[in-house]
Design a binder for this molecule. Structure first.
Ligand SMILES: Cc1cc2nc3c(=O)[nH]c(=O)nc-3n(C[C@H](O)[C@H](O)[C@H](O)COP(=O)(O)OP(=O)(O)OC[C@H]3O[C@@H](n4cnc5c(N)ncnc54)[C@H](O)[C@@H]3O)c2cc1C
Length: 300
């Protein structure tokens, strides 16, 4: 098939983009490496109509909803490199196969860099969570530890008591708490431990305590911590898309249709948002798809 748009890739944002474009009767190629960001979570929450389903089940329903339309091709594979050539984009897959793309939608997700605390990253998606809106309900009433490394951790610690837990914030030395911040935390019933965290302790996937460098262990059942994010791979740099640095990692410069600084490249990920989840990723996919479609029609 002679594809008009290539979408890297086919997870939540990419599939939402693909649905708009195949319904607009355009010819779309999806390339998917099949490692969604939330793959380690047992269930995905907060998606209207799909709350509590396994991430793979949500993805399968989205795939089925797109594949029933003519106009879609799908390749399972990883894009190793991308370059802008004359009015077109050249993609090389890890297999060495090459693909020419007249227009691109980037939806290849982000990776999470968690604070460098032993025992934290390996429990990600099990008893260590990023987002209370996604996983707070399931741990209501537990002893919750907030591990903080930037100012957003303060806001997260302030909202956590609404999930009826006993909350303790462990800010590291990058979190500069003012007297007003400390008063606000106290007013919300949040305890604070200013000593540095040495490790997260517990058997298997479970959390039992936060161990401090002074040797004390503070009991906890679940941890909430924010991650810094970075785009997967080097495709953004290779294509020359402009980025802006933020507290939570780099994001792409985009216009209101999610077009990047490179004409013909739209983005369904790495959009500046203080908060990210599956529903917002799908919304960005829809916006990028409609923006791409409008541009195609206006160019003709
Ligand atoms: C542990 C955890 C739990 C979460 N729980 C929830 C939740 O309950 N509810 C919620 O709404 N949100 C949740 N989130 C957030 C949610 O996972 C993300 O917002 C969502 O996955 C973003 O979707 P996406 O399609 O933009 O990217 P992703 O789902 O990350 O998909 C990106 C895809 O790109 C592929 N890829 C990357 N590079 C390449 C390449 N070069 N070539 C080909 N393919 C490539 C990857 O393999 C992957 O399939 C959670 C996040 C984490 C980390």
């Amino acid at each position: 098939m002679d594809h008009e748009i290539v979408i890297i890739v086919g997870s939540f944002a990419g599939l939402a983009a693909a649905l708009q474009l195949v319904r607009a009767r355009r010819r779309v190629l999806l390339i998917d490496g099949d490692r969604p960001r939330n793959r380690m979570a047992e269930a995905v929450h907060g998606i209207p109509g799909q709350d509590g389903h396994a991430p793979t089940a949500v993805n399968a329903a989205l795939v089925a909803g797109v594949q029933c339309y003519p106009g879609l091709d799908r390749i399972d594979g990883v894009v190793a490199s991308a370059e802008a050539t004359d009015g077109c984009f050249g993609l090389t897959l890890e297999t060495g196969d090459t693909i020419a793309a007249p227009r691109l939608i980037l939806a290849h997700g982000v990776s999470d860099d968690l604070p460098d605390v032993p025992g934290l990253a390996e429990r990600g998606g099990r008893s260590v969570h990023h987002c209370p809106y996604c996983h707070g309900y399931e741990v209501s009433g537990q002893r919750l530890a907030g591990i903080g490394f930037n100012h957003a951790s303060l806001v997260q610690a302030l909202v956590l008591p609404d999930w009826r837990g006993e909350v303790t914030l462990f800010p590291d030395d990058r979190v500069d708490l003012s007297d007003d911040d400390r008063s606000a935390l106290k007013a919300r019933g949040v305890a604070m431990e200013d000593d540095a965290v040495a490790a997260i302790e517990g058997r298997g996937d479970s959390v039992e305590a936060v161990r401090l460098v002074d040797g004390r262990s503070i009991p906890a059942d679940s941890v909430f911590t924010l991650s810094a994010t970075r785009p997967n791979g080097d495709l953004v740099e290779q294509l020359g898309c402009a980025t802006v640095d933020a507290d939570f990692g780099p994001y792409l410069e985009t216009n209101f249709w999610n077009q990047t600084s490179v004409a013909g490249v739209y983005a369904a990920d790495y959009i500046a948002r203080p908060f990210q989840n599956v529903t917002l990723a799908m919304a960005d996919g829809v916006n990028a798809a409609v923006g791409t479609h409008h541009a195609m029609v206006l160019e003709d």
